[in-house]
Design a protein around this ligand. Structure first.
Ligand code: UDP
Length: 324
């Protein structure tokens, strides 16, 4: 039998896709989730409804289940919310990760896959941005991820911990089978908001800022399909299970798309010409984030299967239509 993997936040957007792929690849999956975002468990893995703030419970589960590795997805992820409520972010993303790492240390779990973010770079000087660019986050969300990367670096020197920090760019799309997908109560992410606007859930879509130093004046992001990201997690896990040493890897396609281009693609895929309003910049948004992905491609021979904005939107649209 393949090893047992414990996933925090396994009922969330990215964690659920990884859980499904792990189960399909024969791994035994254990999920810890407080269900704060989605309210419901997924049909994969053994489930514990536990909050990472309760360190003793997490430690007990780790000691009983004895997983080979932990993959840590549980976190708060909304940049503007982190600007408004930084303590929520430092407690959820930093304090609770420290608790998890402490519990892992006592339970002697020595392999860790961490959900980091392109937000650690802030406003990168080099585009596409390589992993060795300086970490200069410009919002509390990015700072929480950069802080944990530092902690992991120190911990890997002090203890026999090997980790991979995957710096996600803009994760989008849904399970091509439309069994899983993003499930947020108050979605803030561009593609989801645009699709819900096409569905009639919002009267219009706002474009936050049209005077950025980019060709069409709107922000540029590197949108990556959630299943390609899930594949990258399996490869990262296999590398660690084979005895690989700690790494930090960008996860993006290396292709930039502007907000206006996303809006046009969503209109094309849905066939709905919804209303769009241009408004002020949103606090905390860097103008351009594009991954230099040569490292993950060369180390893991990661081959994206869904590197196409319209396919990403189609899968997200199929899921949106299914959930209502
Ligand atoms: N955005 C927008 N309208 C929206 C949501 C997002 O114009 O309703 C912009 C946002 O300002 C950013 C880009 O879309 O430039 C991507 O934002 P998102 O929240 O999807 O991801 P982030 O890059 O913040 O993680």
């Amino acid at each position: 039998a393949k090893p047992k993997i414990l996933i925090t936040g396994g009922c969330g957007y990215i964690g659920s896709h990884v859980a499904k792929l792990l189960v399909q690849n024969g791994y035994e999956v254990v999920i810890i989730d407080n269900l704060s975002t989605t309210g419901k468990k997924i049909p994969y893995g053994k489930f514990y409804q536990v909050d990472l703030a309760v360190e003793e419970k997490v430690e007990k589960i780790l000691k009983e289940e004895k997983p080979e590795a932990v993959m840590h997805f549980a976190a708060s992820i909304v940049v503007p919310e982190s600007v408004a409520f930084p303590l929520k972010y430092y407690r959820n993303n930093v304090e609770n990760t420290l608790k998890l790492l402490s519990a892992m240390s006592r339970a002697k779990v020595k392999k860790f896959v961490f959900s980091s973010s392109a937000a650690v770079y802030g406003i990168p000087k080099t585009i596409p941005v390589p992993e060795d660019a300086p970490l200069e986050p410009i919002n509390p969300y990015g700072r929480t991820k950069a802080m944990i990367e530092r902690v992991l670096e120190d911990l890997s020197h002090a203890e026999a911990l090997d980790y991979i920090a995957l710096r996600y760019f803009n994760v989008a799309g849904a399970d091509p089978e439309a069994e899983l997908g993003p499930a947020y109560n108050q979605p803030t992410h561009l593609i989801i908001r645009a699709l819900k606007t096409a569905k009639g859930e919002y009267p219009y879509l706002e474009i936050y800022g049209t005077n950025y130093p980019t060709p069409d004046g709107t922000c540029i992001r590197d949108y990556i399909h959630v299943m390609d990201l899930a594949e990258a997690h399996i490869l990262a896990l296999e590398y660690l299970l084979d005895g690989g040493k700690s790494l930090v890897l960008n996860c993006g396609y290396g292709v930039g798309v502007s907000v206006r281009q996303v809006v046009e693609a969503v209109k094309k895929v849905t066939g709905v010409d919804f209303k769009v309003i241009e408004t002020e910049r949103r606090p905390g948004d860097p103008p351009v984030l594009i991954a230099d992905n040569r490292k993950i491609k060369s180390l893991f021979s990661w081959e994206p299967k869904f590197q196409n904005l319209e396919i990403i939107i189609q899968h997200a649209w199929a899921w949106e239509q299914k959930i209502k």
